[in-house]
Design a protein around this ligand. Structure first.
Ligand code: EPZ
Length: 415
């Protein structure tokens, strides 16, 4: 069992933190590299567990993934890359399902181990499969695998009932190498979708409209390797911004794209924080007190579900009651039972959590249940009176590069 992450609370975060490359852009672009023959060089890919697991999966398929001296990631893809993801590895990483669209695009077949539910919900793939079938793929769910063959692939119009990030990405990747024109309507608009489109265009794809709900893709015959830098991680940035406010601190968050952070900036400013652009980063200063706010998570550009737990930790000590509605996932309040052990007063009814602010939290032994819940418990620990031990910290290290050292450099007491 991994050592718990132990934090002594009560120390305001001060100083500057450099944000790493985006996990959710890195993973989908790594999956997309199987469509590109030869060596692709990716810059700004964070050294985190999820990237390591996907690299191992790509190596099982026959690719060669190397972390270069300069920190960049080299991915060499042979022509005879395999088409079946290994169960043991794929079940560890939901994002392995993104190999469905890229392998189908490149090899015209794919056998993807269904990643199954995870800690925050059932995570179905119906929208992915509907979209791929619309382009002519024959898709079957069998024995916990998705078996897909490209029948006669041809561009088509696909309407997504829900702007699913993963479904948009899988359809985009297959369409990039599918003859004809594809239009994705009600597409996801997250910055990571735009980053994938920019990568695909950089290697010769023809994609327009990414970042809007209407994406147009003209299929091309082949793609050509290049070097590409991944965008910074808006969720990592939002996590440190929230931690700065929660601890009464003053932090400069560097290497960010401010427009990606407007949803979290607006909410933190509502709680009384002062945030302004400074030296290309964002300067986050805690307000005199933490005011209660209401939150509804929504697809981008609404408030991101991946920052909901972190905000809940902050609001647990607000001067009043906040209402949080989780509209994206069906089971993303799992941190509540853990933070209540630190003194939080939260009542959950279905998709709604009512957070009644208390004067302070107290250190306790708690356990992380998923990546963002783990990060939220770390924020709770940073502001709690006394010492908190967070079990299963590997959840946090899946998505936060150098988490402990970044916190220590900001003055946190990480034991
Ligand atoms: C991506 O997951 C992110 N993961 C998630 O980040 C993020 O929370 C999510 O998008 C929403 O922004 C990666 O990019 C690797 P969805 P994804 O498909 O693609 C339902 C993190 O912490 N749905 O947009 O799986 C689904 O059940 C992770 O970094 C269907 O019903 O999210 C969910 O309720 C967590 N059918 C909702 O849509 C489908 O076919 C949103 O899912 C697909 C999804």
């Amino acid at each position: 069992m991994e050592e718990p992450l132990t934090i002594e609370g009560g120390h305001p975060l001060q100083g500057r933190v450099r944000i790493s490359g985006a996990k959710n852009a890195s993973l989908v672009i790594m999956a997309a590299t199987v469509m590109v023959p030869g060596e692709t060089i990716l810059e700004n890919v964070p050294c985190i567990r999820d990237v390591e697991v996907l690299a191992d999966i790509l190596e099982c398929l026959g690719a060669r993934v190397t972390r270069l001296e300069d920190g960049n990631l080299s991915i060499y893809v042979p022509d005879d890359i395999k088409v079946e993801t290994p169960y043991e590895l794929a079940k560890k990483l939901r994002a392995s399902n993104l190999l469905l669209g890229s392998l189908l695009g490149k090899k015209r077949e794919a056998r993807i181990c269904l990643p199954g539910g995870c800690d925050i919900g059932s995570r179905p793939m119906d929208l992915h499969l509907k979209g791929l079938a619309a382009l002519g793929a024959e898709v079957r769910l069998e024995h916990g695998f998705v078996e897909a063959r490209a029948g006669k692939l041809v561009g088509n119009r696909v309407y997504l009932d829900f702007p699913s990030v993963g479904a948009t990405e899988n359809i985009m990747m297959l369409a990039a190498l599918t003859p004809g024109y594809t239009v994705i309507e009600n597409a996801a608009k997250e910055p990571e979708i735009v980053d994938l489109a920019n990568f695909l265009n950089a290697v010769g794809g023809k994609i327009r409209g990414a970042g809007t709900d209407l994406i147009r893709i003209e299929g091309v015959a082949e793609l050509k390797a290049t070097r590409y830098a991944v965008i910074p991680d808006r969720i990592e940035a939002g996590t440190y911004m929230t931690a700065a406010v929660a601890t009464g601190g003053d932090v400069l968050v560097e290497n960010v794209i401010p427009t990606h952070l407007y949803p979290i900036m607006a909410k933190l400013q509502e709680t009384g924080a002062v945030i302004r652009e400074e030296n290309g980063g964002l300067r986050v200063q805690a307000g005199a007190e933490i005011l209660p706010v209401d939150i509804k998570t929504l697809p981008y550009p609404g408030f991101p579900t991946d920052l909901q737990s972190q905000m809940m930790a902050l609001l647990s000590v607000a001067r009043g009651t906040s209402v949080i509605v989780e509209n994206v996932f069906e089971n993303r309040f799992r941190m509540v039972d853990e933070i209540k052990r630190m003194g939080a007063r939260i009542k959950v009814e279905g998709h709604t959590a009512v957070v009644e602010g208390v004067p302070r939290l107290y250190g306790a032994r708690v356990k992380a249940t998923d990546l963002r819940a783990g990060a939220a418990l770390a924020i709770a620990a940073l502001m709690a009176e006394g010492v908190t031990e967070i079990e299963n910290p590997y959840y946090i290290y899946r998505g936060y590069e150098n988490f402990k050292s970044k916190l220590r450099n900001l003055g946190a007491r990480v034991i």
